[in-house]
Design a protein around this ligand. Structure first.
Ligand code: PMP
Length: 427
């Protein structure tokens, strides 16, 4: 018998001492009511909420969990470094080891700089591009997520238009719209940002059209602007290199975070020699940016990525999950749209404009011990096994049946309705 009493009690306490009780991408505001907000622990492919309920976790902390939670190889090294020191008056030797490891793995990179979160890395990329080129304008794809700083947050509260005065939009995978945006930037273009593939929330994912990626590279070469790939979410989940190696295009900079230290807090900006000068002149830092523990964890995580078959395995299991789900959905009379790389799946229901069927299925999966997300892409980790996918497919079979039996009475989620109305108004 599952309970959520501890979660509810924490939510009530949080509401009194935290604005809104919780904020940002891990807030459950836009998730079905039964999704837990608070967790106690993670081990391998599983997480336990504060009420002791266990879930096979297809969110992987929204990306950081790549090898499996509490990976002993990484954590033993992190704990040993912690005993020696973490935040010190300067970085440890791991700083150089980690920079060498990343430059060794990522083909376009000649240098690395470290920070804490993905937003730090994308913001540093923007600043570096401006410092290098002396230009101001930055192009980003409409709907792409590059972090929570004023220049890129998707939520307008507290942001003034001047903070985005030099940000322009183009449509991902659309060469003509990219060319138009570049032409409109005139001689003031500092950088083009691109996600490795279109992984926006609430919609189908799309792989990059190589013609678009190549044209972005050409336009940067013609104008002197910097091409920046934001690999914060997909980094090392598609290839042991920058994700755009898969389409044969090398950016000037790439942004990394989330997973390259298997959940230890660190992010990175990698760049080539075209922008080394600009990068060496910007002032960027933070009290915790040079901490030794996450860097030690990063060096070990990268070693495991190079030496194990985590990637091939996640593609194999991702394919098994996608094919299995499609068959089960069809058996129960549902049509799914499963998009993006199999190891980073987005699963949406056809004919479900307000996501009510997806939400009901998510809740039904949660009840059966599987944590899926109804509108955000998901992630595989190396700790998942074939037995885990079998378990999830059995849960899915049951969950489809449960949703089918209640189809006529499912109500849409009120906060999602408000959100979708606001979104429609903004476009
Ligand atoms: N870029 C992308 C593509 C992301 O997915 C994210 C995080 N979801 C970020 C940047 C920002 O990273 P962080 O939340 O660590 O600041």
């Amino acid at each position: 018998m599952t309970t959520n009493a501890a979660d509810q009690a924490l939510r009530a306490r949080a509401l009194k001492v935290v604005p809104g009780g919780m904020y940002g991408h891990e807030a459950t505001t836009l998730l079905p009511a039964s999704y837990p907000q608070f967790f106690e622990r993670g081990e391998g492919a599983y997480i336990w909420d504060v009420d002791g309920n266990r879930y096979l976790d297809f969110m992987c902390a929204y990306g950081p969990n790549l090898l499996g939670y509490n990976d002993r190889r990484v954590n033993d090294i992190a704990v040993a470094q912690l005993a020696k020191g973490d935040t010190l008056t300067g970085p440890s030797a791991h700083f150089v080891d980690l920079a060498e490891a990343l430059v060794g793995m990522v083909s376009h990179a000649d240098w690395a700089m470290f920070c804490k979160n993905g937003t730090d890395a994308t913001t540093m990329a923007m600043t570096t591009a401006r410092a290098q080129t002396g230009k101001r304008r930055i192009l980003v794809a409409d709907g792409a997520y590059h972090g929570a700083a004023p220049w890129c947050t998707p939520m307008p509260a507290g942001i003034v238009p001047e903070e985005r005065a030099f940000i322009s939009k183009y449509q991902y995978n659309d060469v003509a719209s990219l060319e138009t945006a570049v032409a409109e930037a005139g001689d003031d273009l500092a950088a083009i940002f691109a996600s490795p593939f279109k992984h926006d929330a609430f919609i189908d994912q799309a792989l990059p059209d190589p013609a678009y990626a190549r044209r972005a590279r050409e336009l940067c070469d013609e104008t002197g602007a910097m091409l920046i790939v934001d690999d914060v979410r997909a980094g090392f989940r598609l290839i042991r290199d920058c994700s755009w190696e898969l389409v044969g295009v090398r950016p000037d900079m790439s942004c990394w975070g989330k997973s390259f230290a298997n959940g230890h807090p660190i992010s990175a900006l990698l760049g080539n020699d075209r922008c080394r000068e600009g990068a060496s002149h910007i002032y960027v830092t933070g009290s915790f940016w040079f901490a030794a523990v996450p860097m030690a964890a990063g060096v070990e995580t990268l070693r495991i990525l190079r030496e194990s078959d985590y990637l091939e395995n996640s593609i194999r299991l991702g394919t098994m999950w996608r094919e299995g789900l499609d068959a089960l959905a069809a058996k129960h009379g549902f049509a799914l749209r499963q998009t993006g790389p199999v190891q980073m799946p987005q699963i949406l229901f056809d004919n479900d404009p307000d996501y009510r069927v997806g939400f009901a299925w998510g809740e039904a999966m949660l009840k059966r011990g599987v944590y899926v997300h109804p509108w955000h892409n998901m992630f595989f980790c190396a700790a998942m096994t074939e037995a885990d996918i079998q378990f999830a497919l059995i849960a899915a079979d049951d969950a489809f049946a449960a949703v089918k039996s209640q189809l006529a009475s499912i109500e849409p989620h009120p906060v999602v309705l408000m959100f979708l109305t606001a979104l429609a108004g903004a476009h």
